[in-house]
Design a protein around this ligand. Sequence first.
Ligand SMILES: Nc1ncnc2c1ncn2[C@@H]1O[C@H](COP(=O)(O)OP(=O)(O)OP(=O)(O)O)[C@@H](O)[C@H]1O
Length: 267
Amino acid sequence: MAKSVIVKNVTKRYKLHTKTSERLLDIILPTGYGEDFYALRNVSFEAEEGDVVGIVGINGSGKSTLSNIIAGIVPPTTGTVETKGETSLIAVQSGLNNQLTGRENIELKCLMLGFSKKQIRKLEPEIIEFADIGKFIDQPVKKYSSGMKSRLGFGISVTVDPDILVIDEALSVGDQTFADKCYDKMNEFKERGKTIFFISHSIGQMKKFCEKALWLEYGQVKDFGTIEEIMPNYEKFLKDFKAMSKKEQKKYREKMLKNQESELVRA
Ligand SMILES: Nc1ncnc2c1ncn2[C@@H]1O[C@H](COP(=O)(O)OP(=O)(O)OP(=O)(O)O)[C@@H](O)[C@H]1O
């Protein structure tokens, strides 16, 4: 199978600011201003056409940052992402303009993807049918529930037929019937050799749908392999992590971040 996504040494660094003045200084000063925070550090992996890769990791491990980078929405600080074809991100909180109606959002998103007015007129009914949100399609998106936003986002993303699909928690909201409809569509994509990245807090959803798993821990790749290889270890880790007190969890995080720093110094 041909490679469809090649992520090489991707690092995403944010500056931590507590005040607007710090943010301004960060823009003005050539060296920037603020404490460095690494959401991703030296992330490398490859995916092939037809791969369905689950991205797992505890809160704050960098899953959303990585999905935004794969989808080309956020640039990496250093490192490269090569993708073969068009990428589309489905996330509950992204991609839709809250002030515009659902219908206007469809038009805007399709125009941004380079579709002509004529093509959009053809796609629009298909998207509206998939989203199935009734009269809300002509209401501003700010009035939507998170489930409705996800339905519209999903409708747009699957109808424009991307080569690479990134689904960030979009199936965690909404009802089971809609989720099943999305799974059918994703299975169809899988059969057609498209690459899918899937993020979900539901281990059940992960195991049902993904063949490979990328395990992130505090911005680094902890493991990458088949779902059968990764999930038993991840589940065990989760169980142990959840059994820790908040203080122990904080200590664990600090220890892991310290290890990362010393690894960098050694490299
Ligand atoms: N714009 C930003 N500025 C500063 N820090 C950020 C920014 N975006 C994300 N982060 C930080 O980067 C880290 C990774 O965040 P990210 O949302 O990618 O993790 P996640 O694994 O998706 O978490 P969750 O499971 O809670 O959604 C977090 O500590 C987060 O606070």
